[in-house]
Every structure is written in structure tokens, then in C-alpha cells.
Design a protein around this ligand. Structure first.
Ligand SMILES: [Ca+2]
Ligand SMILES: [Ca+2]
Length: 308
């Protein structure tokens, strides 16, 4: 059967299903919600060309690696893993040989309008058959081409595994993937697309559960904090007429300190309180001046006339 370049001419009956529904979103991949996706690709849609033999009967068809199935998923370690199943020509055991490659186009926002101009992919994983199927590379779309090539871990037969952080995914998103196999021969490229370009790319939800927020801690003052000492306010008691001893007792009861000043008085008996400063009923934190009578003022002695 002749296999022409049939890219885009065959309507591919493919199916892809998200096996696990996403859960709540988070800003960090602390607890990913495992998810998986699978796509079954027709086994006869790889592009190829006819090699004419000595007679019309021994003509052979050479095709790009024929993709029949692609699987992908997000695991509990926040890594994605994709792999493909290839239908190998009879007698062939090596999945990819020289001039053959497999390309996983990663559209990290599931938006064909951003990223590579044809693929909408922001990242490309290249599995190069030049050294067998173990040359696995990651490249980034730089606005013009896929560049910054670096080796990543292979997985499965012709697949790869990749931490989400390696392709800058830190928010929940949907990852779109389309796989191209490629054969380069005689200056021509022959491909098999899975899914075909006429069909939506494989969509894998990248979601993870929200870690419980840390409890809000309200600062509480330590119980051993000593109470603040306050100076008791003195309300000056009425001390007028009291003896100095009684006045001192009354002042102490009223939380008042005292200092004593003596003053002569004709009206108040010696040793009794004349008045206070401040006056009775006033508040103060200073010592109360207690004015105590020293008795009537002493008369000045008249000078006796000189007899000398
Ligand atoms: Ca195919
Ligand atoms: Ca995109």
C-alpha cells in the first residue's frame, strides 16, 4: 500500500481523557492532584515515501516513526512524565534510529496563540534517535526558535520525566501536548502527529490541593509581667488642731508624706497644727507641709536703762 504525505488529509479518530479530575488550586505544588491523559493515534498515518526497487514488486515504503499511543501524567512528586508507543517496522527493535526523532511540544498555557508560532508550545522535549533513544533534551521557545538545549531524564521507551519547576510552572494550569515523530531523508522531513493537527492537543490538568494555611497567632503578653507600680495619690486630710503625732498618723493613713514647719501663733496652742500646704481636700504626690504652732511669739525684752 502506498503511503503518501497525508498530513492533514486524514481525519484522525483519536480520544483523550483526563483520568482524574482536578481539585482546588494553590500557588505551590505541595500536594499535586495526580492526573493522567492518553491518546490513541492511528497506526497508518505517518508520512513516508516510496523507495523503488529493481522491479515494481519490490518497492518499499519508508515512513516517519509511526506513533500509535501517547500517555502522560502528573505524579505526587510534582513531575510530569510522557511516553509514546511506536509501531516498529518488521525486524526492527530500536525505537528510534539515526535521522529519526520524537518531539513533545509542551504548551504550558494550553494557548496556541502564545509560544511557538506553529505549535503554540513554550517548551520542546526532543528525543533524538542519532544515539539511540537515550538522547533526551529540553529546549525553550525564545520568541524565534527553540533554544537553550539541555539534557533531561528519559522515561519509558521514548519518553521523558520533568519537574514542573523546570518549565516554570508554579500556578495551576492546563498543559497541552502534541507529539511529532520525524524522519529526515533526502532533504525532506516526514512526520506523524499525535494528535493530528486537525484535532485538539492532549490536555492535562496540572492542579494541586491547597495546603492548609498556618494558624493565625495572636501575641499574648506573658503572664509573669509584673503590674506597673503606681504612686498612691495623697488626699490631704484635715489636720488643723491636731497634735503633731496625731497629724502624722492621719497623714500616713491618707498616703501622704509630711514635712513639719513651726510657726508662732497666738490662736493655736503650742504643738498643734495650724494648717497644711496644700490645704485639706487637695490631691498631691509631694510631701504635705504641716505647719505646727510654736506658741505665741516671744516678747522682746525691754532694755533696762543703763546705770553705768
Ligand atoms: Ca500514527
Ligand atoms: Ca502556548
Amino acid at each position: 500500500m502506498r503511503k503518501d504525505r497525508i498530513l492533514g488529509l486524514i481525519s484522525v479518530g483519536c480520544a483523550f481523557v483526563a483520568l482524574v479530575a482536578p481539585t482546588a488550586a494553590s500557588a505551590a505544588c505541595a500536594a499535586p492532584s495526580p492526573a493522567a491523559v492518553a491518546h490513541d493515534d492511528p497506526a497508518t498515518d505517518a508520512e513516508g515515501f516510496e523507495v523503488t526497487g529493481d522491479t515494481p514488486d519490490d518497492a518499499a515504503i519508508v515512513t516517519a516513526p509511526e506513533i500509535t499511543r501517547v500517555t502522560g501524567g502528573l505524579d505526587a512528586a510534582c513531575a510530569i512524565t510522557y511516553d509514546s508507543t511506536l509501531a516498529l517496522p518488521p525486524g526492527e527493535t530500536e525505537p528510534l534510529v539515526e535521522r529519526e526523532s520524537l518531539r513533545y511540544y509542551l504548551d504550558v498555557d494550553a494557548n496556541p496563540a502564545t509560544g511557538g508560532t506553529v505549535t503554540g508550545a513554550e517548551w520542546l522535549v526532543l528525543v533524538d534517535g542519532a544515539n539511540g533513544a537515550d538522547s533526551t533534551w529540553l529546549l525553550r521557545w525564545n520568541g524565534s526558535v527553540f533554544a537553550e538545549q539541555r539534557a533531561i531524564a528519559p522515561a519509558g521507551t521514548v519518553g521523558f520525566t520533568l519537574p514542573l519547576a523546570a518549565i516554570g510552572i508554579q500556578q495551576p494550569t492546563t498543559l497541552g501536548v502534541r507529539v511529532h515523530s520525524r524522519l529526515v531523508s533526502g532533504g525532506m522531513s516526514y512526520v506523524d502527529l499525535a494528535p493530528d493537527r486537525a484535532v485538539p492537543q492532549m490536555l492535562l490538568p496540572l492542579q494541586w490541593t491547597v495546603p492548609a494555611p498556618p494558624p493565625v497567632v495572636v501575641p499574648v503578653p506573658p503572664a509573669s509581667t509584673p503590674p506597673v507600680k503606681t504612686t498612691p495619690t495623697c488626699v490631704v486630710p484635715s489636720l488643723r488642731g491636731k497634735t503633731l503625732a496625731a497629724a502624722r498618723i492621719a497623714a500616713t493613713k491618707a498616703s501622704c508624706k509630711t514635712k513639719v514647719v513651726r510657726r508662732a501663733s497666738r490662736k493655736v496652742r503650742r504643738g498643734r497644727v495650724i494648717t497644711t500646704t496644700p490645704a485639706a481636700g487637695m490631691r498631691t504626690i509631694d510631701p504635705v507641709t504641716v505647719i505646727v504652732s510654736s506658741g505665741p511669739p516671744k516678747r522682746k525684752k525691754k532694755r533696762s536703762p543703763s546705770t553705768s
